[in-house]
Design a protein around this ligand. Structure first.
Ligand code: NAD
Length: 498
């Protein structure tokens, strides 16, 4: 029996009959586990209308009441994290411990939003002119859309939803159709936390649902995370329809290893960050840049560690890397192994031979390592989004920086070195939004903001943290005069603050 996964609109499961549906898989067994409804334009309208009705009351709900809901949600999410992790693993495939880590990071974003009474404090200037005061207010946008990718079905929606709600907006969340159940579970937790009906709606589907949100006149803002071509499309379409849009795209993250680095530390980091979540992370390390003479020793240490990785069903004890999300994605990633060999890179570790602790029908591909990769090869230029790690050898620090800065993506990067001056120079010179120094996955904590540069982000603001509050509010400035009987009569001159 496959379960039906439907929209969550106005505080309850949608009762209609979908015209189109999609299959949801258990990637570790290859079996269809559910069928998800795909929204048509009329269901988009239903969700947006529910959000618009809810917004009218929610925007005027006191900050104390809003933050009480956020605190209650935080407690529920923390208490139910194991249940949510199991849902994530069942549809995404990542191992349970990794799913739990994603929820822990989501909690950080919720905790930040719990401080919304402080975060929404405006400015006040008394006596800017005689008995004239000026103050600023941050007000919600209205109905906002959040469109999320498959690879973090719990965390990425919660990068945006807590801040959006805390600021007084109403949300329509369109999660990935590949692993939709986590969003419904989270929506139920919000309801249990006391969030009024309609303030958060979950709309399932594909391009039809996304286009419906991007063009709907009532939707005021869009937060998107996904691949670069779709992020660009979402940014262009949404802004053309008058919306505020932040669209986070794909990545090709480089880890630069200088000759003075601790190579054991660097090898551990490359394997963890290259193959965690089967490389299906926008902050995964895809390229190790071996500077100077480090190449041979580094490739040896990375290969040794890869041989010991336990690949299998994420629900089984001891598994460190799960399957890929779908058969089609596994086949696409595997095609890059052929392509790398064909273009002349050295196949140092062939993931197709790796033993698997799971059903033979799962969407498996073991960890793969290429050495002597050149920047013109497709395994270097393309975002593979799977367990394929490339080593590019360069002679100097300068050539490493040149390589990273020439790449069109600019999401994350890391440098491994024991030279503080080199690390300081790298953080200054590198054209990437998030930088790690001896830290391979520099995802900022919840009270900073997350975002890449160049083709990794379209728009001006990063996700969650202070940038999130900025994105989900509009500034209003009030100039007010009270208790001034002598206002000067008629004066057609431009107001001066004498
Ligand atoms: P995707 O772009 O295929 O899908 C993202 C969302 O867009 C989904 O909700 C999907 O339903 C929708 N979508 C897909 N095709 C569409 C179309 N033609 N028109 C309109 N909407 C469409 O991405 P994915 O495969 O789900 O996720 C992986 C990608 O996301 C990778 O490129 C990864 O780097 C990126 N990602 C980026 C970040 C970041 O913070 N920069 C974080 C996580 C993932």
């Amino acid at each position: 029996m496959t379960k039906r996964i439907s929209h969550w609109i106005d505080g309850k499961p949608w009762a209609g009959v979908a015209q189109r549906t999609g299959e949801v898989y258990d990637p570790a067994t290859g079996q269809v586990s559910g069928r998800v409804d795909f929204a048509s334009p009329s269901e988009v309208d239903e969700a947006v209308s529910a959000a618009a009705r809810a917004f009218a009351g929610w925007r005027d709900t006191s900050l104390a009441a809003r933050s009480n809901v956020l605190f209650a949600f935080r407690e529920l999410l923390s208490a139910r994290r194991r249940d949510l992790a199991e849902i994530v693993t069942a549809e995404h495939g990542k191992v349970l411990d990794d799913a739990a880590g994603e929820i822990q990071r989501a909690l950080e974003a919720v905790e930040f939003a719990c401080g919304v009474p402080h975060l929404l404090k405006g400015g006040f200037s008394e006596n800017v002119s005689r008995r004239v005061d000026v103050y600023s207010i941050r007000q919600p946008l209205g109905v906002v859309g959040v469109i999320s990718p498959f690879n973090f079905p719990a965390m990425v929606p919660l990068w945006f939803v807590p801040n959006a709600i805390a600021c007084g907006n109403a949300v329509v969340l369109k999660p990935s159709e590949k692993d939709p159940s986590a969003s419904n579970f989270v929506a139920e937790l919000w309801a249990e936390a006391g969030l009024p009906d309609g303030v958060l709606n979950v709309l399932h589907g594909d391009k039809v649902a996304v286009d419906g949100l991007l063009t709907h006149p009532t939707v005021r803002g869009i937060s998107f995370v996904g691949s670069t071509p779709i992020a660009r499309y979402v940014y262009e379409t949404g802004t053309r329809h008058g919306k505020r849009v932040q669209a986070l795209g794909g990545a090709k993250n480089h880890m630069v290893v200088l000759p003075d680095a601790d190579l054991d530390l660097a090898a551990d980091a490359a394997v963890s960050a290259g193959f965690g979540s089967a490389g299906e992370r926008c902050m995964a390390i895809a390229v190790v840049v071996a500077v100077g003479p480090t190449g041979d020793e580094l490739v040896g240490k990375i290969s040794d560690r890869m041989a010991r990785l336990h690949v299998g069903d994420g629900r089984r004890t001891g598994c460190e890397m799960g399957p890929l999300v779908t058969a089609a994605h596994r086949d696409r990633v595997a095609s890059y192994v052929d392509s790398g060999v064909g273009s002349g890179a050295t196949l140092a570790v062939d993931g197709r031979d790796h033993p698997v602790d799971g059903s033979s029908d799962g969407f498996w591909l073991g960890p793969t390592l290429f050495d002597h990769v050149r920047p013109d090869m497709s395994i270097y230029t393309d975002e593979i989004f799977g367990p394929v790690l490339s080593v590019v050898r360069v002679p100097t620090y300068e050539s490493a920086v040149e390589l990273v800065n020439a790449n069109p993506y600019g999401n994350g990067t890391a440098i491994f070195t024991n030279d503080g001056g080199a690390a300081r120079r790298y953080q200054n010179e590198i054209e990437v939004g998030m930088v790690g120094v001896n830290v391979p996955i520099p995802v900022p904590v919840g009270y900073y903001s997350f975002g890449g540069w160049k083709d990794s982000l379209f728009g001006d603001t990063h996700a969650y943290g202070p940038d999130g509050i900025h994105f989900f509010t509009r500034n209003k400035v009030v100039t007010s005069r009270w208790l001034d009987p002598s206002h000067g009569g008629v004066n057609l001159g431009f107001p001066r603050n004498d």
